[in-house]
Design a protein around this ligand. Structure first.
Ligand SMILES: Nc1ncnc2c1ncn2[C@@H]1O[C@H](COP(=O)(O)OP(=O)(O)OP(=O)(O)O)[C@@H](O)[C@H]1O
Length: 757
């Protein structure tokens, strides 16, 4: 070990000692806090039982119980903080830091050495032994080259001189690797990290964040941040780091619950779920578009992105035209326009009925209320007012109904359990007058009977939104009405109708907005239509947006330059400020695989491959299905010897199912469906849309032939190839895809599979 490394190891050991001391202290405190909580809880349980006979005692007990409750809550909070500290210290003990910077501030003569890790560590004398990677000063580590550098602080920009930058890999407290570097985080450690095999969970990239990724992570200025990055350029990694950064940066006012990430599929949600916890943060909320819509269309089967993809080849030219119109931003403007001119008489209300079908509020009564309101009222206000009037009328009816004979009879026939259930939090015999107790019970009985009416009012069921949307379609796109209503009869709704319909509903009823979400992230945004993005922005009006995508991987939408995309988003989402970042270096795959992917694209020259060496992709040409299958089996056997997981990625579900049938005896593969959340080891077979955002050590694509992959399937083939980290194999059957024929033979090895019979 050279002297520098010895000195650094000695420093690691010193820091570890401090960590060990703090860990012991925190663990002790944590156990104490746990004990205290359980004692208070026990106490609180007993306290809650005593003194409930006299009114005064009862009040006293209530106050005491309140106090005890607060104590438990405080203790639990304390416990949570200590548990988090223990977890953080344990992580630091294993690997206290990954970077060091030596800086010389203006006017100083001796440089200061700072170590950077996943969390801060302060010793007993308030010296910072480790700086959190998110601290303002740490940005120098990611951004600066040696010499004069600046960094942002809450007080403004500061300047310093960066004299040294050192990277470490520390495992179990031992320095495994150490490099000095001038540039941003150097290649050596990155090489090593990227060369590792794929894991069940994505890892954080905190030690090797690249400069342009750092710009995304630390952006706090823009309301709309658009990231356009080539496959494997670290978009997902960067946004997860960004979430951790934002939680640190705004820790007083931002919590993980105020952040929503739209992810492409459930597998992906599982895959990324460990990144934030590994950085000491809680996970944000995650949802797929399908889940989000399914919640809003209960009772209907909502077409998913995957259904759309599967069926797109069977659409007629007319259906395509209709879909294109519904997926244009102007369709949302038309909704706005429709509402601006909608006469109150054209509102499609429906009866509110009781369980037995008896009408409680008729459509005519509701329409009359709505029409009778002042003309200048906006639709949402008018709707709200109608609802208020209906609730008042309902309450009046309930009051009258409570005096009805059937109610009094019911009270007489209540058994004890029913009686106490109706009393709820009230106590029998504790009402000021006996009549009050009867009144209370009567009220509860009628409330139960008419709960369905409350429910209908509360959830706006008295507006027939489907009929309203149909009315809108009849005026705007009449050729699409029949298909919409036919689907509805079968309790189905097409994906392209979801965003416009919900938008119409929300604007009409003034509902559907969540003001509490501060950040909205959309991954794989190239698969979203503008109306969907407009609707999401409408749902989360206070949220800053981070949209990430790669136009080249679009399974549905045409290619767009980042600038054109930004211009279109600015026009339609109207953010106060916006910024686009392009990521052009692909980190996921070996240089050979990235070069192959690049060559598939007409504008692939803009992609930089990261210098990680590997095997050339392999193309196996086979004359027919039988030989193709033999080639596939051989390739699977061979790749399973060096990789834990081999992914057979297909163009669609039908092909995935067929291959599963052909391989299941020999390989026991797993056929992945859209409800699967985890990826097992071995051979996995999945259609490309379920592989979005994921990566695999080895990827095989089957039947890359003229018919299955014409030029128009470029995006699909590119996305399949870009899932491979270390090995890529393409098997062609008969005439190969024209996408492959245009590639230089230097980019792959070619093998012919031909078994002579
Ligand atoms: N700075 C980095 N340090 C270490 N690894 C990185 C870095 N940036 C990206 N990677 C790795 O590269 C791979 C691809 O990253 P990621 O999945 O975030 O890219 P992406 O742009 O979202 O990809 P895609 O759009 O193709 O799904 C991951 O294995 C990730 O860990």
């Amino acid at each position: 070990m050279d002297n520098a490394k010895k000195a650094e190891q000695a420093h690691v050991d010193q820091v570890k000692e401090v960590i060990t001391r703090q860990l012991a202290l925190n663990e002790h405190e944590y156990q104490k806090a746990q004990l205290e909580t359980s004692l208070v809880e026990k106490n609180y349980g007993q306290n809650a039982k005593i003194n409930t006979f006299e009114v005064d005692d009862q009040m006293e007990t209530n106050a005491e119980v309140q106090q005890q409750k607060q104590l438990v809550a405080k203790n639990l909070e304390n416990e949570k903080i200590l548990a988090k500290q223990v977890k953080t210290l344990k992580q630091l003990k294993n690997s206290p830091y990954f970077g060091r910077i030596d800086i010389l501030d203006p006017g100083e003569t001796t440089p200061e050495t700072l170590y950077i890790g996943t969390a801060s560590l302060v010793d007993e004398h308030q010296n910072f032994l480790i700086y959190d990677w998110r601290a303002p000063i740490s940005s120098i580590y990611y951004n600066g080259t040696l010499g004069k550098v600046t960094y942002e602080t809450p007080m403004g920009e500061l300047e310093t001189t960066l004299q040294k930058k050192r990277q470490f890999t520390i495992v179990e407290g031992q320095i495994k690797n150490m490099f000095d570097t001038n540039e941003t985080v150097g290649d050596e450690i990155l090489q090593q990290v990227l060369g590792e095999h794929n894991d069940e969970y994505m890892k954080n990239i905190v030690a090797t964040i690249q400069k342009e990724q750092n710009d995304i992570i630390r952006d706090t200025k823009h309301e709309l941040l658009l990231v356009q990055g080539v496959a494997g350029s670290g978009k997902t990694s960067a946004i997860l780091q960004r979430i951790a950064f934002l939680l640190y940066h705004s820790r007083d006012k931002l919590s993980a619950d105020q952040i929503v990430l739209f992810s492409p599929n459930l597998l992906f949600s599982h895959y990324i779920s460990e990144v934030l916890p590994s950085l000491g943060e809680r996970n944000m909320r995650q949802v797929t578009l399908a889940e989000f819509l399914a919640q809003r269309f209960q009772g209907l089967k909502v077409e998913t992105l995957f259904d759309c993809y599967e069926k797109q080849r069977t659409l007629t030219a007319d259906q395509r035209k209709i879909r294109a119109k519904k997926e244009a931003a102007s369709f949302m403007e038309r909704i706005q326009n429709y509402l601006d001119h909608l006469a109150p008489a054209k509102l499609c209300f429906s009866d509110i009925t009781l369980d037995g079908g008896q009408v409680f509020f008729s459509k005519a009564e509701i329409t009359e209320i709505y029409q009778g309101l002042p003309l200048k009222m906006k639709p949402a206000q008018r709707f709200h007012e109608t609802k208020n009037i209906l609730i008042k009328r309902l309450n009046r009816r309930l009051k009258q109904e409570a005096k009805a004979n059937w109610v009094l009879e019911k009270i007489d026939n209540l058994d004890d359990r029913q009686y106490y259930d109706l009393l709820g939090t009230k106590t029998r015999g504790r009402f000021q007058a006996v009549d009050d107790e009867i009144k209370h019970l009567a009220r509860k009985i009628v409330e139960q009977k008419f709960a369905i009416v409350y429910d209908a009012l509360y959830n706006d069921y008295f507006l027939d939104i489907y009929a309203q949307y149909q009315h809108f379609l009849a005026q705007t796109l009449p050729e699409s009405v029949t298909e919409f209503s036919e689907r509805l009869e079968f309790h189905k709704i097409a994906l392209e109708d979801c965003a416009p319909l919900l938008y119409l509903r929300d604007l009409l009823t003034g509902s559907g907005q969540n003001q509490g979400i501060a950040h909205l992230f959309v991954d794989e945004m190239q698969d979203y239509t503008l109306p969907q993005l407009i609707y999401l922005k409408h749902c989360f009006p206070q949220a800053k947006l981070t949209l990430l995508g790669d136009s080249e991987q679009a399974l549905f939408n045409p290619l767009q330059t980042p600038q054109a995309l930004l211009a279109s988003l600015e026009k339609n989402l109207k953010p106060r400020s916006s910024h686009v970042v392009s990521l052009n270096t692909s980190y996921r795959s070996t240089a050979q695989i990235t070069d192959f992917m690049k060559a598939l694209l007409p504008d692939g020259a803009t992609i930089n491959s990261f210098t990680r060496d590997g095997k050339l992709p392999q193309i196996i040409a086979s004359p027919d299905q039988a030989n193709g299958l033999i080639a596939l089996k051989k390739a699977l056997h061979q790749q399973l010897t060096t990789n834990d997981t081999v992914a057979l990625i297909t163009k669609d579900l039908a092909q995935a199912k067929q291959l599963y049938q052909q391989l299941h005896r020999e390989f026991l593969p797993t056929l992945i469906g859209d409800q699967d959340r985890a990826l097992p080891k071995g051979v996995v077979i999945l259609p490309i849309y379920l592989a979005k955002g994921l990566e695999f050590d080895a990827v095989i694509a089957y039947d890359i032939s003229k018919e299955t992959f014409p030029l128009s399937e470029l995006g699909v083939l590119y996305t399949i190839c870009s899932r491979a980290m270390h090995e890529l194999t393409l098997i062609t059957i008969g005439e190969s895809s024209p996408l492959l024929r245009q590639l230089s033979p230097k980019l792959y090895t070619l093998k012919t599979e031909l078994v002579l019979k």
